[in-house]
Design a protein around this ligand. Sequence first.
Ligand SMILES: *[C@@H]1O[C@H](CO)[C@@H](O)[C@H](O)[C@H]1NC(C)=O
Ligand SMILES: *[C@@H]1O[C@H](CO)[C@@H](O)[C@H](O)[C@H]1NC(C)=O
Length: 319
Amino acid sequence: MSGKRGTTLSEEQFPVRQKRPFILSKFLYDADKGTVMDRDSSSWAKILGFYSIFYGVLAALVAVCMWVFFQTLDPRIPKWTLDESLIGTNPGLGFRPLPTEDNVESTLIWYKGTEYENYKHWTNSLNEFLAVYKTPGLTPGRGQNIYNCDYNQPPPRGQVCDVDIKTWEPCTQENNYSYHKSAPCIFLKLNKIYGWIPEFFNDSSDLPETMPKHLKTYIEQIQIKERHKMNTVWVSCEGENPADQENIGPINYLPFRGFPGYFYPYQNSEGYLSPLVAVHFQRPKRGIIINVECKAWARNIHHDRKERIGSVHFELLID
Ligand SMILES: *[C@@H]1O[C@H](CO)[C@@H](O)[C@H](O)[C@H]1NC(C)=O
Ligand SMILES: *[C@@H]1O[C@H](CO)[C@@H](O)[C@H](O)[C@H]1NC(C)=O
């Protein structure tokens, strides 16, 4: 039955189109029928009309979405903070100067102390990095927001603390950061995390097992002599292995052995610059690679060498 019906449908209802040879120029524009691509002008007008409305509505939707998005955004406050954000709550530690750009994987600071040509990469790189600290005008808003902070004088909201690197003798530009004396200065910086508040090790009777002895002794002395400085994120640098510890020689920290607590929390105030600690390696052994590990110390900084959090690793090789 159905088969029969199927045959009755064919010719009258769906007449076979007259086959014409396909000619491209005629398809694109047929002067006889007045069609373009086989459609006449009213058909094109409909298509045009449809797409202009379609894209118009699309553009309006995008505009509404963007407007809603920007309404909920404060340019000074990141949308996701601390636990919610991917960076998390554990600040990383970074060092400067960095090896050349074509060698991003490397953390080796290698130079010959006797040749300016040889160590100028490192000192130039530090000059560049420290320029914003020397010249407040280079950071927008820093000039008018700068405040002379101290432990008992934290900055008012919106103002930023000064980082006075000019007096960090011998780690100054004028002294070539002491590179020419084969006693280089390396600068440490704690990565900024919006709203992060350090939990200080501010009681020398309650310091962690893993903290190096020399730092513990130092904190004990600070507690006796300069108690008001206890709210500090402490810093330690050490040779990684026993051989490195022997070769690393005495280390001095400028201006102080940590990041002062009054720099935190970082609230993206205009002109903010992270505090720095200059680590002066005073007599590192020459001609041998020395593995150095520096750590930042607060109760809420966890150390993980592999994940590179809370600590930083680099090597020194001074010929
Ligand atoms: C630092 O390096 C410069 C080369 O630009 C050199 O002229 C100067 O003597 C060096 N400074 C010191 C204190 O050695
Ligand atoms: C010590 O640090 C804790 C946690 O950071 C802080 O709450 C406390 O006020 C500090 N103590 C002093 C005496 O500043």
